[in-house]
Design a protein around this ligand. Structure first.
Ligand SMILES: Cc1cc2nc3c(=O)[nH]c(=O)nc-3n(C[C@H](O)[C@H](O)[C@H](O)COP(=O)(O)O)c2cc1C
Length: 149
């Protein structure tokens, strides 16, 4: 079965209260990891500005099947499929599903900025967005333009 990869965005419909929203995300990620592992799928889920950005890759039948279920999930809405193409190799082979979101920790300033940039790249260049996702997850976040020594 040929390898395919898709990228989509959606508006999160999470609980208004922060700890409820965290629990919802934890549950999504835990189920995704268990299911994807069984189905040979790998990928990444980002959360920026109330938007989910998810890359998912694997055998076409498993990918289509899972995406169908994702599309019907009430925890998000207004899904936009940004890209779906054959792939010669995996980009997210390390993760059955990994999750990255903006947060308030000062140490996360660069990651937050990169996530913000990705949010805009997704709508203009899907391939570049997925490269940036991979780089970010591998800890290749950009260095500050001006380093104070
Ligand atoms: C943003 C988002 C991403 C999701 N990603 C996945 C995924 O990668 N794999 C998966 O199996 N389910 C994913 N889900 C969950 C599915 O929509 C669905 O709830 C789940 O597959 C049902 O699994 P279960 O039959 O084990 O309960 C995602 C849901 C949301 C809201």
């Amino acid at each position: 079965m040929p390898l395919h990869r898709l990228l989509y965005t959606s508006e999160a419909r999470l609980s208004d209260n922060a700890s409820g929203a965290d629990l919802m995300v934890e549950s999504i990620v835990a189920h995704s990891q268990a299911n994807n592992e069984k189905r040979g799928l790998t990928g990444a889920l980002l959360y920026v500005r109330g938007t989910f950005i998810q890359a998912l890759e694997g055998p076409l039948d498993a990918l289509e099947n899972t995406f169908e279920r994702i599309c019907h999930d009430f925890r998000h809405a207004r899904l936009t499929l940004v890209d779906m193409s054959p792939a010669s190799e995996r980009m997210f082979e390390r993760w059955s599903m990994t999750y990255l979101a903006q947060n308030d920790e000062p140490a996360r300033l660069l990651v937050n900025r990169d996530l913000e940039e990705l949010y805009f790249t997704v709508s203009t260049n899907a391939a570049e967005a997925m490269r940036q996702m991979r780089g970010l997850l591998l800890g290749e976040g950009k260095k500050p333009a001006l380093e104070v020594v």
